[in-house]
Design a protein around this ligand. Structure first.
Ligand code: AMP
Ligand code: MG
Length: 347
């Protein structure tokens, strides 16, 4: 018999209490719970239970060399996850937790090896979403959770996206509506001499630099010392829709739009991801435009839903203009680059 996913909508106090109680029990018994965070939906299991963590990799078809993030609800739980955290870790945590910042630290011995893909370091964050915090507290253990999508698909920003990918593969889904930030956390590694941002995300680089002045932006696809095999989780191919994504980059609006229009003319079924301001440049063409709003916060919030929506239209190609790499724009740029598997057209 196929397993069923129990879906709880967190509309009122009564449904909330029952849902959190069932979900917390499910985690304690080694099951899987999908839940909203302020970034995207997570697929959670008891971070201290190796078999439960293995269930996450199975449900997502995630390769075992891609480590997970452990989620905590208070500072005491940090000692179950990490050891020898340097002083800078506490400074950034004080400033940005709860919130969309993940720290990579030396791993505690209590953490099962599969959670960290065998690495000596571990990724940890304290989310700010009230459902995520209530779930971790109710479960009484840290919760390991990657994004609740099938491996390499766009991350889920609504309960429907989780159902589309994982119905029957997860025990409980907590439906808390759309996630407010829409892109994953910023990952800051504090295990080397110099702090390194491995993935841009919900906390801007500018904001982090105010606390960590010697920060380096070093996602694995930009590192010159990148090993032959990509670093764990640094795979360029990610967030990919089925259609090919082409990313256009250039300073001159008119030149970029001309290049994009020429590309559109080469295909039958074309989707375009465009900000409100850019959409007008394609209004006279037979293309499907998904609007990403007026600024980088709106673009981050809408990006994955827009990619999923275009994906259902059986398109030949999806075009987007690379956003400015400021604020949340850097995270949007990173996700688009990875959705395009590096297909960057410089204009
Ligand atoms: P997801 O929650 O799906 O975005 O996946 C978590 C991501 O965290 C992984 O893909 C890695 O990029 C990153 N990560 C987790 N643990 C580590 C670690 N120990 N070192 C470096 N990156 C990590
Ligand atoms: Mg993910």
């Amino acid at each position: 018999m196929p397993k069923l996913t129990s879906v709880y909508r967190l509309d009122d106090i009564e449904s909330w209490e029952e849902a959190i109680a069932v979900a917390g029990l499910t985690i304690r018994r080694g099951g899987l719970v999908a839940f909203p965070t302020e970034t995207v939906y997570g697929l959670g299991a008891n971070a201290l239970d190796e078999a439960a963590v293995a269930g996450i990799f199975r449900a997502k078809s995630r390769p075992p060399n891609d480590p997970l993030i452990a989620h905590i609800a208070d500072f005491q739980q940090l000692s179950q996850i990490a050891e020898d955290a340097p002083p800078i870790a506490f400074e950034v945590a004080q400033r940005f937790w709860p919130g969309p910042l993940t720290l990579v630290l030396k791993k505690s011995k209590r953490i099962p090896a599969n959670l960290t893909a065998g690495l000596g370091s571990v990724a940890v964050r304290m989310p700010s979403h009230e459902v995520a915090l209530a779930l971790i507290r109710e479960a009484g253990v840290p919760i390991a959770a990657p994004s609740a999508n099938l491996f390499s698909r766009p991350s889920p920003t609504s309960a429907q996206h989780v159902i589309d990918d994982l119905d029957g593969l997860v025990d409980v889904l907590l439906d808390g509506g759309e996630t407010p930030i829409g892109v994953e956390s910023t990952i800051l590694s504090l295990i080397d001499d110099r702090p390194r941002v491995l993935r841009p995300g919900g906390i801007s680089l500018e904001g982090l630099r105010a606390v960590v002045p010697d920060l380096r932006f070093a996602p694995s696809y930009l590192r010159d010392d990148a090993p032959a095999a990509p670093a764990p989780g640094g795979l360029l191919r990610h967030y990919s829709p089925n259609a090919r994504v082409l990313l256009f980059e250039g300073a001159d609006d008119a030149q970029v739009y001309t290049a994009m229009r020429a590309e559109i003319a080469r295909h039958e079924r074309v989707g375009v991801l465009a900000s409100d301001a850019e959409a007008a440049a394609f209004a006279d063409l037979n293309v499907i435009v998904e609007r990403l709003g007026a600024n980088s916060e709106e673009a981050a919030q809408r990006l994955f839903a827009a990619l999923r929506s275009l994906d259902q239209r059986e398109l030949d190609v999806i075009l987007a203009r690379a956003p400015r790499k400021a604020g949340l724009g850097l995270a949007v740029w990173d996700r688009l680059l990875r959705a395009s598997v590096g297909c960057l057209v410089k204009v």
